[in-house]
Design a protein. Structure first.
Length: 375
């Protein structure tokens, strides 16, 4: 494994559902770090978390978690609509370095309410954007400038399985997630800004619920999350980007496919979905690829990007959760920067909110440096 600090982070973890436990498995692979304490209100999830992190103290509240002296950083992996209030509680009691799952917040109102926190929080805040750290995506980003001569068009396509079931079914309702284009697609909007090194100015979208969740009710409320969309984004640099999301396409060989094109050529990557969903009878799961296609001389070149099987086994995100924790560990130790800042997290949410708004109104939605037009 690549280097990790000797005295690594000792995490206090808030929420140990599917993603929280992916974090636990990856922290367990990082030399010098450990999970010191866990707050998880659901008994079944607590039990499963204890199997992965048997030395962690189980506590009954965030306050109790913050009182564990060994804890020197925090991970928030609770449902989306709890992130803001939990950050505010932490800020008031013991502001430690924190890795908070995306989306950072879920509404324009919450973006406003995050202001005071952002301006005064004295420790690193890192928003979990695992897709930046997927080895094939990282390779595309590293080679994009040389392969394209400056990206003018960027397309991100996600063809995947429907939303999974979550504890308490929080992910079925827009009011708890921010809507599909915030909840899930904030990853892709973050990637667009990160890859293009520019901020968006305008978003146009069409999206809705076409196939999945149509007959689902939750305590009298109909599931209103969307399962497909197209989103076009204009950037200040003049580059344009497009997202295509389809959540009834789990039969696909690859889950995420990204292409970047400029005057010199094209670079693409193909990223498989979670290995655990690949049917055994089809043999080994697909290996991620990067394809470089110059304009002259023509000659597409395909490069396999295999990922350490131990890292693939530890999560659903092509090894990226481990690499993100390594970088976060450096930020906690003060030896590396925060690579995904609260500002990045807010931009990604603002773009998602603008896309939801555009799809609902049929109008393009401007986005500005105050993180979006008031919707
Ligand atoms: N970065 C990624 O690729 C990625 C992938 C999946 C999920 N996520 C994010 O991770 C977060 C958790 O999602 P998940 O898929 O693990 O959902 P989940 O429902 O599986 O897990 C959420 C957990 O939080 C617990 N919880 C509920 N209320 C809580 C509270 N007040 N305090 C602490 N914990 C509480 C639940 O009991 C549950 O175990 C969400 O914000 C989600 O958007 C990110």
């Amino acid at each position: 494994m690549p280097d990790t600090p000797l005295n690594g982070p000792r995490y206090g973890v808030i929420g140990c559902g599917m993603m929280g436990r992916e974090h636990l498995r990856n922290i367990a692979l990082m030399q010098g770090s450990e999970v010191a304490a866990i707050f998880e209100p659901d008994a079944e999830m607590r039990m499963r978390a204890a199997q992965i992190a048997p030395r962690a103290v189980m506590v009954e509240s965030i306050e109790a978690l913050l009182a564990v002296p060994a804890v020197n950083c925090l991970l928030i992996a609770s449902p989306n609509d709890m992130h803001l209030s939990q950050l505010q509680t932490i800020a008031a009691i013991r502001p430690l370095p924190v890795l908070v799952e995306k989306p950072l917040v879920i509404s324009q109102d919450e973006i406003g309410r995050l202001d005071a926190f952002r301006q005064t929080y004295p420790a690193p805040v890192w928003v979990a954007m695992e897709y930046r750290y997927m080895p094939p995506v990282a390779r595309l980003i590293a080679e994009a400038e040389a392969a394209t001569g400056g990206i003018r068009m960027l397309t991100i396509r996600e063809h995947r399985f429907p939303f999974l079931h979550k504890v308490g079914d929080w992910n079925r309702l827009n009011r708890r997630t921010g809507g599909t284009l915030v909840e899930k697609c904030c990853h892709f909007f973050d990637l667009m800004r990160y890859i293009l090194k520019s901020d968006p100015v305008r978003v146009m979208a069409s999206g809705g619920q076409s196939v999945n969740h149509k007959d689902e009710m939750y305590e009298g409320e109909a599931a209103d999350i969307w399962d497909n969309a197209y989103v076009i984004v204009d950037f200040a640099s003049g580059a344009r980007a497009m997202l295509e999301l389809c959540m009834f396409a789990e039969g696909s060989r690859y889950q995420e496919e990204i292409s970047a094109i400029g005057p010199s050529g094209k670079i693409e990557c193909h990223v498989p979905g979670p290995a655990r969903f690949w049917p055994e009878h089809l043999g080994e799961p697909p290996v991620a690829q990067v394809v470089v296609s110059p304009r002259t001389p023509k000659g597409p070149r395909t490069i396999d990007i295999p990922v350490d099987p131990e890292l693939l086994e530890a999560g659903d995100h092509n090894g990226s959760t481990f690499y993100q924790h390594q970088r976060f560990a450096r930020a906690v130790a003060g030896t590396g920067p925060v690579e995904v800042t609260a500002e990045d997290g807010i931009w990604a949410v603002a773009m998602g909110l603008a896309a939801q708004h555009s799809a609902l109104t049929g109008q393009s939605c401007p986005v500005d440096s105050n993180f979006g037009t008031r919707l």
